[in-house]
Design a protein around this ligand. Structure first.
Ligand code: GUN
Length: 288
């Protein structure tokens, strides 16, 4: 068996064409979707992500508003800006790039964003919506993974899914979204003993742990689907995921590459959520 490599760049491009068409419809109605992106400090990885998000907005016709604060900014300044953006009609989405410097309470910042503009899906209201299967804004990375599986025609219902990583941004919402689609879900994390005894059971394995070569061929079932959410920079500068991509290729049925798999989808789903928010504001029923 040689795995099919899931091309996140191509799936993203097709989705972005559709998003651009939705933006055009909104503009014909006099609404330009707007996304505010707030960054505090100069974390190099965050700077790259923010730049990519702003560029992607421009590509589909979404207006972006970038706000940069120094690393020693007072939390109140940022909270005041969020309050102002919550009230602005030209801003349909508000994103605060994480992580934040230590003087910030991430929870306080995220709960200050209006749930109606929380295109990252991190507000407790949206997290609660995810738990009960009544989602408004699905978090972008797991949403992108679901879209990739759907695009490839990979059935989720009844499958054994193992999610490695239990973060609030990826692992936990990923597990909830797949459970909502009737998968049998197991979540593993840094304290899991003997990871392989769980991963070997997976029909679909989603890895978001941040450890290169964590998932080796002997840890996966023949024919499994491997979705690699990890992004790790090796000392030689190479970007790799959490799975041994080359080693897994002959054993699994589908695999996402790093880069070019899940990464582009995360940004695409941010665009989708921002357009959905603008559609809601314009009285158009958003599509998921
Ligand atoms: N930092 C890492 N991933 C994300 C994300 O999806 N959204 C935000 N706001 N910050 C992040």
């Amino acid at each position: 068996m040689t795995a099919k490599i899931i091309n996140g760049v191509a799936v993203s491009a097709a989705m972005r064409t559709e998003i651009r068409q939705r933006v055009d419809v909104l503009k014909q109605r006099g609404v330009t979707p707007g996304l505010a992106v707030i960054m505090v400090g100069a974390n190099p990885a965050s700077a790259v992500y923010v730049r990519n998000k702003i560029r992607a907005c421009a590509e589909v016709g979404i207006q972006s508003f970038r706000y940069d604060f120094p690393a020693d900014a007072s939390p109140q300044q940022v909270l005041d800006l969020i309050a102002e953006l919550n009230a602005r009609a030209d801003t349909h989405g508000i994103l605060v790039q994480l992580p934040l410097p230590p003087q910030f309470s991430i929870s306080e910042v995220l709960q200050t964003i209006s749930a109606d503009k929380d295109v990252d899906g991190f507000h407790l209201y949206n997290v609660g919506g995810l738990v009960v299967g009544d989602t408004v804004f699905p978090p972008c990375t797991p949403y992108g993974v679901v879209k990739l599986l759907e695009h490839e025609g990979i059935e989720i219902e009844g499958k054994n899914v193992v999610v490695v990583g239990a973060s609030n941004i990826v692992g936990k919402p990923m597990a909830l979204m797949l459970m909502q689609r009737d998968a049998t879900v197991c979540i593993c994390h840094a304290k899991t003993r003997d990871l392989a005894q769980f991963t070997i059971l997976a029909d679909i394995l989603v890895v978001a742990a941040g450890h290169p070569n964590l998932i080796l061929p002997q840890m996966v079932k023949t024919g499994a689907v491997v979705i690699d959410v990890g992004i790790n920079r090796l000392p030689n500068g190479k970007l790799v995921g959490d799975a041994d991509f080359e080693g897994l290729l002959p054993k699994v049925s589908y695999i996402t590459p790093v880069p070019g798999g899940v990464g582009p989808m995360t940004v695409t789903m941010l665009l989708a959520n921002t357009v959905a928010s603008a559609e809601r504001a314009a009285g158009i029923a958003p599509k998921h």
